[in-house]
Design a protein around this ligand. Structure first.
Ligand SMILES: *Cc1c(COP(=O)(O)O)cnc(C)c1O
Length: 223
């Protein structure tokens, strides 16, 4: 049996060859131990994401590196205070209320926070994210908040067997990105189009993603 940490090293070495440096690999760390996350950093990854505030809080003191951490899970309003202490970017802003709460908390603690808008590109009822047609209004609202800095657009898209089926949702999200970029909103500096996961990152990159969120292809199947 190969050492599980060596498997992670091999996976990352391969991904760093395959994926151009212009695309940021965000390591999706939900369910992973501090030791696994530590190896990901040692092997060269420089961007990390977590879905759960409490889990991220539990591993943070065991990590001896500093790198940007992104909140990629749905953020409940009662966790906003802890989240802005732990994360460098909140990638899942999907309502005026959440943006407002973030602004309030950041103002109270004199913190500046990078955020992304999460788009519900599949228009799924039970999914988080704003509908594509509501993203511009949310971007305009965020632009007016002195402590929030919009730097990207992210989407999950429906989970479909064949990654080819995700393509139209990636195309739609890219259009949202371009639409917001064209507005040239003061204080908004769009840089990241975050889409694609382990099964779909190749299609996402072809459709313009410059950030991919990878868990399984880095760390193996989640237990
Ligand atoms: C878990 C997760 C990922 C990574 O998923 P994999 O299929 O394991 O690569 C990416 N984005 C979000 C929002 C996730 O929750």
């Amino acid at each position: 049996m190969p050492n599980p940490l060596d498997v992670i090293r091999t996976n990352i070495d391969r991904l760093l060859v395959e994926i151009l440096p212009s695309v940021t690999i965000l390591a999706a760390c939900k369910g992973r131990s501090a030791a696994e996350v530590q190896v990901a950093y040692q092997t060269g990854l420089r961007c990390f994401g977590h879905n759960y505030v409490q889990e991220a809080q539990a591993i943070a003191p065991q990590l001896d590196f500093s790198a940007p951490w992104h909140m990629i899970g749905h953020l409940q309003r009662n966790k906003v205070g802890t989240a802005i202490e732990l994360f460098d970017s909140i990638d899942t802003v999907d309502s005026l209320q959440l943006a407002q709460e973030l602004e309030k908390r950041c103002a109270n603690t004199e913190r500046q926070m990078k955020v992304m808008i999460e788009v519900n590109s599949g228009r799924e009822e039970n999914k988080n994210g704003v509908l594509p047609e509501d993203a511009v209004a949310l971007a305009e609202f965020i632009a007016q908040q002195p402590h929030l800095h919009l730097h990207g657009i992210m989407t999950m898209g429906p989970l479909l067997g064949d990654p080819e089926n995700s393509r139209p949702y990636f195309v739609e999200t890219r259009k949202v990105y371009e639409q917001i970029a064209r507005l040239n909103l003061a204080g908004v500096n769009l840089r990241y189009l975050s889409m694609g996961m382990s099964d779909s990152y190749q299609v996402a990159i072809r459709e313009g993603a410059n950030m991919v969120r990878l868990g399984t292809v880095i760390f193996g199947e989640r237990k």
